[in-house]
Design a protein around this ligand. Structure first.
Ligand code: NCD
Length: 306
């Protein structure tokens, strides 16, 4: 028997095959009504999800909590190290052990790449990587693909541009790998200082996945179906002067995209990279994308906590 989406943890999108992604997208579609509170569910009744957040979060944390509650489960946790015993010097390993004792699954966001993997090796409850530094953000990728599928009814055949901070942006790192499993045309649009890391480019090449790199946004807006825009990750710059030189390099506004046949996505938060004049246009899919986190994370939690 083929086991689809049979994971204990979600640490990196690289662990998932295309059939896993297609399966979980189908599961998310089935949960739309529960996500909108049009139907009730008690699937995760009695289950407790732990939330260990060492970096700021709005959507990821709230949507995991909403997803859990809509399925009849509950959440505990903290949203910064200041209010936990980490502030007293407790190790992250001991902290995770406590969550293991109290919870059925654990969502972790941390500024250091590899922390979720490290914890998954020492505790026995399912671990979800909700962002590890400039590493990966696999559940964001799943909801991004869900958003694309909802919009176009397909992923194959599309032309997709990842725009902005491709060096430090974990959402685009995961997304590039996942898109590589589909028959898409990928455009990586960034200043040369913030190019997609070589390691990821090499991995794509190894798997015969082609991509185009581009610095000028204007050269690709006529070509693509999706503009996936990202924030310049200020907190990851060693030198603030470098950040100041690059910030506001790409601004998506109504004038740039008017008349084009594309949608605009963004994992959010946005700073100034998408002008507010796009919000009330048909191009705006970023707020719906944020809602889509709920059915997708419900589908993921159902699989991992069952
Ligand atoms: C992103 C993140 O934390 O990586 N946000 C999110 O989870 N929706 C993007 C970002 O912070 O720029």
């Amino acid at each position: 028997m083929v086991h689809i989406f049979n994971f204990n943890d979600i640490i990196t999108i690289k662990d998932l095959k295309r059939e896993d992604i297609d399966y979980i997208i189908d599961e998310a579609f089935k949960l739309e009504k529960v996500a909108k509170s049009e139907e009730n569910s008690d699937t995760l009744n009695g289950k407790i999800l732990g939330m260990m957040f060492f970096e700021p979060s709005t959507r990821t944390k709230l949507s995991f909590e909403t997803s859990m509650k809509r399925l009849g489960g509950e959440c505990i946790g903290f949203e910064n190290s200041i209010t936990s015993s980490v502030a007293k010097g407790e190790s992250i390993a001991d902290t995770a052990k406590m969550f293991e004792a109290y919870c059925d699954g654990l969502v972790i966001r941390h500024e250091i790449e590899g922390v979720s993997k490290f914890i998954s090796d020492i505790v026995n409850v399912p671990i979800i990587n909700a962002g590890d530094g400039a590493g990966q953000h696999p559940t964001q990728t799943l909801l991004d693909l869900y958003t694309i599928k909802k919009e176009f009814k397909k992923i194959d055949g599309l032309k997709i541009a990842l725009v902005g901070d491709l060096k430090y942006g974990r959402t685009v790192h995961s997304l590039a790998y996942a898109l590589g499993l589909y028959d898409v045309e990928m455009y990586f649009v960034s200043p040369k200082e913030l190019k997609m890391p070589n390691e990821i480019l090499h991995d794509l090449e190894k798997n015969n996945i082609s991509y185009y790199e581009e610095e000028n946004l204007k050269n690709i807006v006529d070509k693509v179906d999706v503009l996936y825009v990202t924030r310049i990750q200020k907190e990851r710059f060693g030198d603030i002067e470098e950040y100041l030189k690059i910030k506001s390099r790409y601004i998506i506004n109504k004038e740039l995209i008017n008349g084009k046949n594309l949608i605009v996505m963004h994992p959010l938060p946005r700073i100034d990279e998408i002008s507010q004049d796009v919000d009330n246009t048909k191009y705006n899919k970023y707020f719906e994308q944020a809602f889509n986190a709920v059915p997708m994370r419900m589908a993921i939690l159902k699989q991992l906590l069952k």
